[in-house]
Design a protein around this ligand. Structure first.
Ligand code: SI3
Length: 289
């Protein structure tokens, strides 16, 4: 379960339907070209929170089929509808996903006891392992070290996808929990996570340059931090441009330019602005994506 995981992008048509063949192409690109170690399925990058339960199941199924055991699979099943989270957790577990993950419940100001109960309910109903998905900038849920302590007491909670820039907390977690899996969540900060000793990283941009992320990770493991930093500079030149042009729209457009049918995003997100197509073509050419 260690290494670089792409947070899987999901191609949609302009009616918001999943493009099955396109999804298979995006998965194959991740396996064959980016050579990532695994996929994080139905996360933020999969536009999960705008999908129906049936669409989420369809994505779990297609991904499981297409990967066919070649790489590890983590199923993000978190939802503030706990019944849905349990249903999806059972579904992904029956398919054979290596672990579940669930975003901390958001929107309402849930107490920590309620958050703990949410994780315990999914774990008890599915029997599968759980990776906490902590992304305070989007959920507003910022857990303390003491609260991580409580959740980590459950041996089925095997780790955390840590999408935060609080490297003091990351260092504390790493020291205290050498045996839990910690995944770095911000691609533009991968090197800092790697130097902090994370076990892996999960991110959206690895769909287009997972190979660079793997280099950073391996160089840091070999103690070649200065070289890794050079690669992070290249990765961040790409990410900066992607963020400027629109995150998921541009990642998909890059794949489209390369001939992989990544479709479009789901409403209410706006589709890629075709006036920016040339900038994307230049990005693909300049960075040999
Ligand atoms: O699917 C997912 O849950 C993610 O991709 C989470 C991941 O941390 C990404 N965060 C978001 C909100 O998309 C990052 O990979 C992010 O896209 C990247 O660092 C660019 O900012």
């Amino acid at each position: 379960m260690k290494g670089i995981f792409s947070a899987l992008l999901v191609p949609f048509d302009d009616q918001g339907r999943i493009k099955e063949q396109g999804l298979r192409e995006v998965i194959r690109n991740n396996i064959d070209v980016q050579q990532v170690d695994g996929l994080y399925v139905n996360g933020s990058s999969g536009e999960n929170f705008m999908l129906t339960t049936d669409q989420k199941k369809q994505i779990f199924k297609i991904t499981h089929e297409e990967t066919n055991g070649a790489i590890k699979l983590i199923a993000q099943v978190g939802s503030i509808n706990l019944d849905e989270a349990v249903e999806l957790g059972k579904y992904a577990t029956e398919l054979g996903y290596d672990s579940l993950s669930a975003v901390t419940p958001f929107y309402y100001k849930f107490t920590f006891d309620e958050i703990k109960n949410y994780y315990e309910t999914i774990i008890e109903a599915t029997g599968n392992n759980m990776i906490i998905y902590a992304i305070p900038a989007l959920t507003g849920v910022s857990m303390s070290l003491e609260q991580f302590d409580v959740l980590f007491q459950n041996e089925k909670v095997i780790g955390v996808k840590y999408t935060d820039g609080n490297f003091f907390m990351l260092e504390r977690l790493r020291k205290k929990y050498p045996n839990k899996l910690i995944y770095s969540g911000f691609d533009e900060m991968l090197i800092y996570g790697a130097v902090s000793g994370v076990d892996g990283a999960i991110g959206s941009t690895y769909n287009i340059h997972g190979n660079l992320a793997k280099q950073i990770f391996e160089m840091v493991e070999q103690g070649e931090v200065a070289r890794a930093y050079e690669v992070q500079h290249i990765m961040n030149d790409i990410i900066e441009k992607v963020l400027e042009l629109g995150l998921y729209q541009t990642l998909k457009e890059i794949l489209n330019v390369k001939g992989i049918d990544a479709g479009t995003v789901k409403q209410p997100m706006s589709p890629f602005d075709s006036g920016k197509r040339e900038a994307v073509e230049k990005l693909v050419k300049d960075f040999n994506l």
